[in-house]
Design a protein around this ligand. Structure first.
Ligand SMILES: [Zn+2]
Length: 284
Protein backbone atom coordinates (compact mmCIF):
# COMPACT_ATOMS: atom_id res chain seq x y z
CA UNK A 1 0.00 0.00 0.00
CA UNK A 2 1.10 3.54 -0.71
CA UNK A 3 2.49 5.43 2.26
CA UNK A 4 0.41 8.34 3.48
CA UNK A 5 2.16 11.68 3.21
CA UNK A 6 0.41 14.71 4.66
CA UNK A 7 1.50 18.29 4.94
CA UNK A 8 0.93 21.61 6.63
CA UNK A 9 1.62 24.62 4.43
CA UNK A 10 1.20 27.93 6.26
CA UNK A 11 1.65 31.34 4.68
CA UNK A 12 4.19 33.38 6.66
CA UNK A 13 1.92 36.42 6.88
CA UNK A 14 1.72 36.27 10.66
CA UNK A 15 2.07 33.85 13.55
CA UNK A 16 0.26 30.57 14.03
CA UNK A 17 -3.21 31.06 15.58
CA UNK A 18 -5.89 28.68 16.82
CA UNK A 19 -7.44 28.28 13.35
CA UNK A 20 -4.18 27.42 11.61
CA UNK A 21 -3.12 25.20 14.51
CA UNK A 22 -6.33 23.16 14.08
CA UNK A 23 -5.43 22.52 10.43
CA UNK A 24 -1.87 21.60 11.44
CA UNK A 25 -2.98 19.23 14.20
CA UNK A 26 -5.65 17.55 12.03
CA UNK A 27 -3.20 16.89 9.19
CA UNK A 28 -0.51 15.76 11.65
CA UNK A 29 -2.84 13.29 13.40
CA UNK A 30 -4.28 12.08 10.12
CA UNK A 31 -0.84 11.19 8.74
CA UNK A 32 0.61 9.78 11.92
CA UNK A 33 -2.50 7.70 12.66
CA UNK A 34 -1.88 5.93 9.35
CA UNK A 35 1.82 5.48 10.07
CA UNK A 36 2.59 8.08 7.45
CA UNK A 37 4.87 11.05 7.02
CA UNK A 38 4.01 14.64 7.83
CA UNK A 39 5.78 17.45 6.01
CA UNK A 40 5.88 21.20 6.44
CA UNK A 41 6.07 23.77 3.67
CA UNK A 42 6.24 27.52 4.07
CA UNK A 43 4.17 29.16 1.32
CA UNK A 44 6.32 32.26 1.03
CA UNK A 45 5.86 32.86 -2.67
CA UNK A 46 4.18 36.24 -2.28
CA UNK A 47 6.93 38.29 -0.66
CA UNK A 48 4.69 41.37 -0.47
CA UNK A 49 2.41 39.58 2.02
CA UNK A 50 5.18 38.06 4.10
CA UNK A 51 5.69 39.28 7.66
CA UNK A 52 9.43 38.96 8.31
CA UNK A 53 10.22 36.33 10.93
CA UNK A 54 6.79 34.72 10.93
CA UNK A 55 7.91 31.60 9.05
CA UNK A 56 10.53 31.03 11.68
CA UNK A 57 8.11 31.64 14.54
CA UNK A 58 5.54 29.20 13.08
CA UNK A 59 8.22 26.49 12.97
CA UNK A 60 9.34 27.36 16.48
CA UNK A 61 5.81 26.97 17.87
CA UNK A 62 5.20 23.67 15.99
CA UNK A 63 8.44 22.35 17.41
CA UNK A 64 7.57 23.50 20.93
CA UNK A 65 4.22 21.73 20.63
CA UNK A 66 5.95 18.45 19.84
CA UNK A 67 4.77 18.39 16.23
CA UNK A 68 7.83 16.97 14.54
CA UNK A 69 7.88 17.05 10.77
CA UNK A 70 9.66 14.74 8.35
CA UNK A 71 12.44 15.90 6.06
CA UNK A 72 13.56 19.45 5.45
CA UNK A 73 11.05 22.31 5.44
CA UNK A 74 10.17 23.26 1.85
CA UNK A 75 10.11 26.99 1.02
CA UNK A 76 8.08 27.98 -2.02
CA UNK A 77 10.41 30.90 -2.67
CA UNK A 78 13.05 28.29 -3.55
CA UNK A 79 10.79 26.42 -5.98
CA UNK A 80 10.36 29.17 -8.58
CA UNK A 81 12.19 27.30 -11.36
CA UNK A 82 9.78 24.35 -11.00
CA UNK A 83 6.78 26.65 -11.38
CA UNK A 84 8.36 28.42 -14.34
CA UNK A 85 8.98 25.17 -16.22
CA UNK A 86 5.37 24.04 -15.71
CA UNK A 87 4.14 27.43 -16.95
CA UNK A 88 6.39 27.03 -20.02
CA UNK A 89 4.92 23.60 -20.71
CA UNK A 90 1.38 25.00 -20.48
CA UNK A 91 2.30 27.83 -22.87
CA UNK A 92 3.70 25.24 -25.26
CA UNK A 93 0.40 23.35 -25.05
CA UNK A 94 -1.36 26.65 -25.89
CA UNK A 95 -3.32 26.46 -22.66
CA UNK A 96 -2.30 29.89 -21.34
CA UNK A 97 -2.95 33.34 -22.69
CA UNK A 98 -1.98 36.83 -21.56
CA UNK A 99 -4.77 39.00 -20.17
CA UNK A 100 -4.64 42.76 -19.72
CA UNK A 101 -8.02 43.15 -18.00
CA UNK A 102 -7.96 44.84 -14.63
CA UNK A 103 -9.68 43.38 -11.61
CA UNK A 104 -11.95 46.43 -11.66
CA UNK A 105 -13.03 45.72 -15.23
CA UNK A 106 -14.02 42.15 -14.38
CA UNK A 107 -15.73 43.30 -11.20
CA UNK A 108 -15.61 40.05 -9.24
CA UNK A 109 -17.54 38.13 -11.91
CA UNK A 110 -16.24 34.94 -13.55
CA UNK A 111 -13.76 35.96 -16.22
CA UNK A 112 -15.67 36.11 -19.52
CA UNK A 113 -12.63 35.33 -21.68
CA UNK A 114 -12.20 38.81 -23.23
CA UNK A 115 -8.51 38.29 -24.01
CA UNK A 116 -8.64 34.62 -24.97
CA UNK A 117 -8.77 35.32 -28.69
CA UNK A 118 -6.52 38.36 -28.81
CA UNK A 119 -3.25 37.89 -30.64
CA UNK A 120 0.07 39.59 -30.23
CA UNK A 121 -0.10 40.22 -26.47
CA UNK A 122 3.20 39.69 -24.69
CA UNK A 123 3.52 36.78 -22.28
CA UNK A 124 6.06 38.75 -20.25
CA UNK A 125 4.89 41.20 -17.57
CA UNK A 126 1.25 40.30 -18.25
CA UNK A 127 -1.00 38.10 -16.14
CA UNK A 128 -1.51 34.65 -17.63
CA UNK A 129 -4.82 32.83 -17.59
CA UNK A 130 -5.55 29.15 -18.05
CA UNK A 131 -7.79 28.31 -21.00
CA UNK A 132 -10.38 25.96 -19.50
CA UNK A 133 -11.22 23.06 -21.77
CA UNK A 134 -13.83 21.28 -19.71
CA UNK A 135 -15.05 22.91 -16.56
CA UNK A 136 -17.18 20.50 -14.56
CA UNK A 137 -15.06 19.13 -11.73
CA UNK A 138 -15.73 17.13 -8.58
CA UNK A 139 -13.94 15.35 -5.76
CA UNK A 140 -14.85 13.45 -2.62
CA UNK A 141 -14.05 15.25 0.60
CA UNK A 142 -13.53 13.22 3.77
CA UNK A 143 -15.56 15.73 5.80
CA UNK A 144 -17.84 17.51 3.36
CA UNK A 145 -18.77 14.67 1.03
CA UNK A 146 -18.91 15.16 -2.71
CA UNK A 147 -17.96 18.65 -3.89
CA UNK A 148 -18.87 19.64 -7.42
CA UNK A 149 -18.46 22.77 -9.40
CA UNK A 150 -18.33 24.32 -12.80
CA UNK A 151 -15.15 26.35 -13.11
CA UNK A 152 -16.50 28.39 -16.02
CA UNK A 153 -19.31 29.60 -13.75
CA UNK A 154 -17.15 29.78 -10.59
CA UNK A 155 -14.15 31.72 -11.85
CA UNK A 156 -13.82 31.38 -15.62
CA UNK A 157 -10.30 31.05 -17.05
CA UNK A 158 -8.31 31.68 -13.90
CA UNK A 159 -4.96 33.36 -13.36
CA UNK A 160 -1.90 31.16 -12.92
CA UNK A 161 0.73 33.90 -13.01
CA UNK A 162 0.30 37.53 -12.05
CA UNK A 163 1.63 40.50 -14.01
CA UNK A 164 4.23 41.08 -11.28
CA UNK A 165 5.58 37.57 -11.93
CA UNK A 166 4.15 35.89 -8.82
CA UNK A 167 2.74 32.42 -9.52
CA UNK A 168 -0.80 31.77 -8.28
CA UNK A 169 -1.55 29.85 -5.12
CA UNK A 170 -3.30 27.16 -7.18
CA UNK A 171 -0.43 26.38 -9.50
CA UNK A 172 2.35 26.59 -6.92
CA UNK A 173 0.54 24.43 -4.38
CA UNK A 174 -0.35 21.77 -6.94
CA UNK A 175 3.24 21.56 -8.22
CA UNK A 176 4.75 21.37 -4.73
CA UNK A 177 2.23 18.79 -3.50
CA UNK A 178 3.21 16.60 -6.47
CA UNK A 179 6.96 17.12 -5.94
CA UNK A 180 6.62 16.39 -2.21
CA UNK A 181 4.62 13.21 -2.91
CA UNK A 182 1.64 14.41 -0.86
CA UNK A 183 -1.22 11.88 -0.74
CA UNK A 184 -3.60 13.54 1.74
CA UNK A 185 -4.44 17.16 2.44
CA UNK A 186 -6.38 18.09 5.55
CA UNK A 187 -7.02 21.83 5.90
CA UNK A 188 -9.69 24.43 6.66
CA UNK A 189 -13.08 24.40 4.94
CA UNK A 190 -12.49 27.87 3.45
CA UNK A 191 -10.22 26.20 0.89
CA UNK A 192 -12.74 23.56 -0.21
CA UNK A 193 -14.01 25.43 -3.30
CA UNK A 194 -10.47 26.36 -4.37
CA UNK A 195 -9.67 22.67 -4.40
CA UNK A 196 -11.78 22.31 -7.56
CA UNK A 197 -9.24 24.39 -9.50
CA UNK A 198 -6.40 22.42 -8.01
CA UNK A 199 -7.98 19.11 -9.00
CA UNK A 200 -8.42 20.51 -12.51
CA UNK A 201 -4.72 21.44 -12.65
CA UNK A 202 -3.67 18.04 -11.31
CA UNK A 203 -5.61 16.32 -14.09
CA UNK A 204 -4.23 18.68 -16.70
CA UNK A 205 -0.64 18.06 -15.58
CA UNK A 206 -1.13 14.29 -15.10
CA UNK A 207 -0.25 14.57 -11.40
CA UNK A 208 -1.26 11.97 -8.83
CA UNK A 209 -4.69 12.25 -7.19
CA UNK A 210 -4.77 13.53 -3.61
CA UNK A 211 -7.32 12.69 -0.90
CA UNK A 212 -8.83 15.83 0.60
CA UNK A 213 -10.51 16.59 3.88
CA UNK A 214 -11.67 20.09 4.83
CA UNK A 215 -12.24 20.55 8.54
CA UNK A 216 -14.74 23.00 10.07
CA UNK A 217 -13.33 26.50 10.52
CA UNK A 218 -12.69 28.08 13.88
CA UNK A 219 -14.83 31.20 14.17
CA UNK A 220 -14.67 34.20 16.47
CA UNK A 221 -17.54 35.45 18.64
CA UNK A 222 -19.09 37.17 15.60
CA UNK A 223 -19.13 33.97 13.58
CA UNK A 224 -16.27 35.11 11.36
CA UNK A 225 -13.39 32.83 10.44
CA UNK A 226 -10.35 33.38 12.65
CA UNK A 227 -7.65 34.88 10.46
CA UNK A 228 -4.42 36.78 10.65
CA UNK A 229 -6.06 39.60 8.71
CA UNK A 230 -8.88 39.63 11.27
CA UNK A 231 -6.34 39.99 14.06
CA UNK A 232 -6.44 36.45 15.49
CA UNK A 233 -4.12 36.10 18.47
CA UNK A 234 -0.78 34.57 17.55
CA UNK A 235 0.24 31.57 19.65
CA UNK A 236 3.26 32.14 21.86
CA UNK A 237 5.31 29.59 23.76
CA UNK A 238 3.39 30.59 26.90
CA UNK A 239 -0.03 30.04 25.31
CA UNK A 240 0.94 27.00 23.21
CA UNK A 241 -0.24 24.24 25.54
CA UNK A 242 -3.61 25.88 26.22
CA UNK A 243 -4.14 26.48 22.53
CA UNK A 244 -3.37 22.83 21.82
CA UNK A 245 -6.18 21.85 24.21
CA UNK A 246 -8.56 24.23 22.39
CA UNK A 247 -7.52 22.80 19.02
CA UNK A 248 -8.18 19.23 20.16
CA UNK A 249 -11.61 20.24 21.48
CA UNK A 250 -12.40 21.92 18.16
CA UNK A 251 -11.46 18.71 16.35
CA UNK A 252 -13.95 16.74 18.42
CA UNK A 253 -11.33 15.15 20.69
CA UNK A 254 -12.20 15.67 24.33
CA UNK A 255 -9.31 15.31 26.76
CA UNK A 256 -10.50 14.53 30.30
CA UNK A 257 -10.14 17.40 32.82
CA UNK A 258 -7.12 15.74 34.45
CA UNK A 259 -5.37 15.66 31.05
CA UNK A 260 -5.86 19.34 30.27
CA UNK A 261 -2.60 20.34 31.94
CA UNK A 262 -0.45 17.70 30.31
CA UNK A 263 2.37 18.71 27.97
CA UNK A 264 1.37 19.14 24.37
CA UNK A 265 3.39 16.09 23.26
CA UNK A 266 1.50 13.93 25.79
CA UNK A 267 -1.80 15.33 24.55
CA UNK A 268 -0.81 14.53 20.96
CA UNK A 269 0.07 10.93 21.80
CA UNK A 270 -3.34 10.56 23.43
CA UNK A 271 -5.03 12.34 20.51
CA UNK A 272 -3.49 9.91 18.07
CA UNK A 273 -5.35 6.97 19.62
CA UNK A 274 -8.58 8.98 19.68
CA UNK A 275 -8.14 10.14 16.09
CA UNK A 276 -8.10 6.56 14.86
CA UNK A 277 -11.48 6.00 16.48
CA UNK A 278 -13.01 9.21 15.10
CA UNK A 279 -11.48 8.46 11.71
CA UNK A 280 -12.75 4.92 11.49
CA UNK A 281 -16.28 6.11 12.34
CA UNK A 282 -16.03 8.73 9.63
CA UNK A 283 -15.10 6.22 6.95
CA UNK A 284 -17.75 3.62 7.80
ZN1 LIG B 1 -8.46 39.92 -20.25
Amino acid sequence: MQQTIGRFAPTPSGGLHLGSLCAAVASFLNSRAQGGLWKVRIDDIDKAREVPGSGKSILYVLDALGMEWDGPVVYQSQQISSYASVIDSLIERQLLYPCTCTRKKIGGRPYPGNCSRLEGLSFANTQLRLRLEESRISFNDAYLGRIEGDLKKDSGDFIVKRADGVFSYDISTVIDDELMGITEIIRGADLARLTLRQVYLQNLLSFKDINYGHIPLVCDANGKKLSKQGGATAITIDSAQKTMVKALLHLGLNPKPEMMREASSVLLTWALTQWQIVNSKRQN
